[in-house]
Design a protein around this ligand. Structure first.
Ligand code: COA
Ligand code: MG
Length: 284
């Protein structure tokens, strides 16, 4: 079981005010960014600012991640070597592919050994956001045991395939489902695409709910106002929890009485339904 990652807040790595602000939010993960949230001439400043944040800001329960630049930029290794000594909890690799993940994981092995940290203790999260990566998801998901989650980089993917972005997301529907099938098959978490309209909590809530219905564990966010909306959307509601408890209790009783299938609320319950109920309770 991985730690809950319902909301993963992206924070531009060169913006001390936003980093401080992020530390004060009750968010599952903060992702200090060196990639697209930072201008080209601010990358150096961002590395130094992230190191300072890791060393001095009280992030509380939040997982502290750093998004480095993609391998193709030529700057990924330098980003990693700059931030890892400050001991983030994990690294997010954008424009990821299987080869890139293995290289980054290898550098993380070296740093763990050099620092005396437990081998494999730093987490790695991939962003799948190119058509090439999407058609090779098996390779991506099995690239390294360090990999814990895959983010659906829907915005970049839409640009890559020449899709038109719509609110209904039908242009991304296949890729979004395809990704969660792969993460499930490899025991990883799937994290949903950013909702860029950060002044629209209702739209955000329904997109997050839909992602949860598909099997996603969480969603990338870009603004503090999105954090509580998303964190709540990825929790089961009261009615679901009550139903799950009835199913799990009914199951125990049915088993004791030697029955495989039984009824809850007038519907047949058997093993797949019980597993779904157990999964709901496991999210609490
Ligand atoms: N993390 C932490 N704090 C943030 C934040 C973030 N991602 N986005 C905004 N804030 C802060 C602002 O600094 C502001 O703080 P203040 O009230 O103390 O001044 C407060 O939250 C309200 O912000 P608001 O004024 O509504 O938005 P903005 O115009 O400052 O910022 C964005 C809007 C989109 C520029 C900003 O949300 C952002 O940079 N998000 C991340 C973008 C990113 O990383 N993109 C690339 C990866 S997808
Ligand atoms: Mg991207």
């Amino acid at each position: 079981m991985f730690r809950p990652r319902r909301a993963l807040l992206n924070i531009p790595g060169d913006d001390w005010h936003k980093l401080e602000k992020g530390a004060g939010l009750d968010v599952d993960c903060v992702c200090m960014d060196l990639e697209d949230g930072v201008a080209l001439n601010r990358k150096e400043a961002a590395r130094a600012t992230i190191v300072q944040a890791l060393q001095s800001l009280p992030f509380g329960r939040a997982e502290r991640l750093v998004r480095i630049q993609p391998l193709a930029s030529g700057a990924a290794e330098a980003d990693l070597r700059a931030v890892l000594p400050a001991h983030p909890d994990g690294i997010v690799l954008p424009k990821a592919d299987a080869d890139g993940l293995r290289r980054v994981s290898g550098w993380m092995d070296e740093e763990e050994a050099a620092q005396g940290w437990p081998a494999g203790s730093l987490a790695l999260i991939a962003i799948a956001e190119t058509a090439q990566t999407m058609i090779h998801l098996q390779a991506l998901c099995s690239a390294t045991p360090r990999l814990q989650a895959v983010i659906f980089g829907g915005e970049d993917l839409a640009a890559d395939v020449g899709a038109v972005r719509t609110a209904e997301m039908h242009e991304l529907a296949f890729a979004r489902s395809w990704l969660v099938l792969h993460t499930a098959a490899y025991g990883l978490q799937a994290l949903d695409v950013v909702y860029t309209n950060f002044r629209d909590p209702d739209g955000l809530r329904s997109e997050a709910r839909r992602a949860r219905e598909l099997g996603y564990a969480g969603k990338q966010v870009i603004h503090p106002a999105q954090v509580p909306v998303v964190q709540e959307a990825f929790l089961p509601d009261e009615a679901e929890v009550a139903w799950a408890r009835r199913v799990v209790e009914g199951f125990a009783q049915a088993q004791a009485e030697g029955r495989g299938a039984f009824a809850v609320d007038g519907r047949m319950v058997d093993m797949p339904v019980v597993r779904r109920a157990q999964a709901i309770l496991a999210r609490l």
